[in-house]
Design a protein around this ligand. Structure first.
Ligand code: HEC
Length: 173
């Protein structure tokens, strides 16, 4: 009996291919983000303010892990968010609403509908013009998030942000 001399077949590197595909997709996304930040500004907008193109922002379902959710939605470009890697934006206020939310609601200039910090967060995201945080530019936070974020995504964002009272996050660092 002669054993057939077949070399053990190496399963063609499918996990590796997947990893490479994921890496390429990640790179494409990063390049798109860099493009957003360096995009020439339309006239009238001060050059330092980034502008997100809604066509480049995918629908956010709320199924994503919180880190991915904030990155996908582009929040990280403009906001510092404790516990979220890469969220170092300085255009808007740091998002630690557990610390700042109550003061927003108590501001005599506040004219919105929110009764709780959680409602304030949702309102700030879907209707940023309702209340402009003093010291930050108006008409800068995109007004189209209501069309890009599912109710589940908004709930997840609110749950995360309302818990942040300090530099550190609810858990992820
Ligand atoms: C292009 C820049 C930009 C992007 C992108 C952006 N924001 Fe903002 N955001 C701002 C600015 C500027 C303000 C402050 C002015 C105002 O209140 O509209 C703000 C205000 C806020 C506030 C109120 C904060 C406070 O301290 O009262 C919340 C909450 C918020 N943003 C959440 C988000 C979330 C969540 C995302 C992503 C889904 C996001 N923002 C994306 C610029 C941005």
């Amino acid at each position: 009996m002669v054993a057939p001399n077949v070399p053990p077949s190496v399963p063609s590197s499918s996990p590796k291919n997947k990893a490479i595909a994921a890496l390429v997709a990640g790179l494409v996304f990063l390049v798109a983000l860099a493009g957003i930040q360096n995009a020439p500004q339309s006239s009238g907008v001060p050059p330092a303010l980034p502008k997100l193109d809604p066509n480049l922002v995918p629908l956010v379902t709320g199924e994503e892990p919180i880190q991915e959710l904030f990155v996908r939605a582009g929040c990280v470009v403009c906001h510092r968010i404790p516990g979220i890697a890469g969220a170092e934006g300085k255009v808007g206020p740091p998002l630690w609403l557990g610390k700042t939310g109550a003061a927003r609601l108590a501001d005599p200039q506040y004219r919105g509908q929110a009764q709780t910090v959680r409602e304030y967060i949702v309102e700030s995201v879907v209707s940023p013009g309702t209340y402009v945080v003093p010291g930050f530019p108006a008409d800068t936070m995109p007004a189209w998030y209501g069309r890009k974020l599912s109710a589940g995504a908004l709930a997840k964002i609110a749950t995360y942000l309302e818990q942040i009272t300090e530099e550190t996050s609810p858990g992820s660092r």
